[in-house]
Design a protein around this ligand. Structure first.
Ligand SMILES: [Fe+2]
Ligand SMILES: [Fe+2]
Length: 332
């Protein structure tokens, strides 16, 4: 799964946070390296605002992977066949792995795992709005793979060339797995659409509920995305929210047609002159409400994460005690 760098922390002003002026010589050298498409590595000099933007983006991305396990995990016990259960288990485990690579990538920038987790649990950190929608019928599992992981791929393919080396390298493996996630989702939708009338109705219902939230995953419109220009300049992002959203729409609409499903947007129309689909207006009020934590399942998601953290305390304590014992032995 994925989140774009779409939200500032609450109380923080929009835009790159102000920090002490950077050494102009170092800054110029840094910007020249970025412009030459070199990767920036953990021990390299970097502007403080670059570091902070990355910590925020990578940790939000990590949180999204971890919270993203919840809506689908909800269906593991109810998967209709052994094959579907095995596929879903593998997929949800992959998302957990993505979260771990990404927390590690953020740690290379000096952020600690504990701080990041605490920011999530206290509500200071954000994660992708998409995971605050409930999974109501089995076709939602197909729709999530097809649309949510599909939207994730649009973002993440570009992030394989993001300027920060550890983030870019984490993305290479994540993209391979997301591609499997998207395919299994589409294959599930295809099975539902070729099934009974009731199964097809469930597939349409899932598309109706997941279409607009998937488009919101790309974040605010470019004219309302204050951090975008700086992120593009520093090649943290390679393409804008609107460019990525358009590409997703252009790829996904023909896939919906192949399934025999109707995209729930009466304004959706191929624009011959632009060579792209035009879409109706996204409900940005809904988007910002979900960002503020007013999503349908926001409280439930956070409670699940906090409970998992508390219930895992004995594992962390045991691992810590074991590590200390080994250290003592090595010293003796
Ligand atoms: Fe995924
Ligand atoms: Fe993922």
């Amino acid at each position: 799964m994925y989140t774009t760098e779409l939200q500032s922390a609450p109380g923080q002003k929009a835009g790159i946070p102000a920090s002490a002026p950077e050494d102009p010589v170092k800054l110029a050298a840094f910007e020249a390296r970025v412009a030459a498409d070199e990767f920036i590595e953990p021990k390299d000099w970097m502007p403080e605002a670059y570091r902070r933007t990355l910590v925020r983006q990578i940790s939000q991305h990590a949180h999204s992977e971890i919270v993203g396990m919840l809506p689908e995990g909800n269906w593991i016990t109810r998967a209709p066949t052994l094959r579907r259960k095995a596929v879903l288990l593998a997929k949800v485990q992959d998302e957990g792995g993505h979260g771990l690579y990404l927390y590690s990538a953020a740690e290379t920038l000096g952020a600690s795992r504990e701080e990041m987790i605490d920011a999530l649990h206290s509500g200071r950190a954000k994660y992708s709005t998409i995971f605050n929608y409930p999974t109501l019928n089995w076709a939602d599992i197909g729709a999530i793979g097809w649309l949510v992981d599909g939207a994730a791929i649009m973002n993440q393919v570009a992030l394989q060339r993001t300027s920060y080396g550890p983030y870019a390298r984490a993305m290479v493996r994540i993209c391979k797995e997301e591609s499997f996630h998207q395919r299994q989702g589409y294959e599930l939708m295809l099975a539902m659409c070729n099934g009974t009338a009731e199964q097809k109705r469930m597939a349409q219902d899932a598309l109706n509920r997941w279409w607009w939230p998937s488009l919101m995953m790309f974040g605010p419109r470019d004219d309302n995305s204050p951090n975008s220009a700086q992120s593009i300049r520093w090649r943290i992002k390679r393409e804008t929210n609107d460019q990525l959203r358009q590409r997703f729409v252009d790829v996904t609409v023909p896939q919906a047609e192949y399934l025999g499903l109707t995209v729930p947007d009466p304004a959706l129309k191929w624009n011959e002159a632009r060579g792209h689909y035009d879409i109706g207006e996204i409900d940005w009020e809904e988007f910002y409400a979900v960002v503020r934590g007013e999503g349908m399942t926001s409280l439930e998601r956070m409670k699940a994460r906090r409970d998992a953290w508390d219930e895992g305390a004995w594992v962390r304590d045991a691992a810590q005690a074991h590590a200390e014992k080994r250290q003592r032995r090595a010293a003796a």
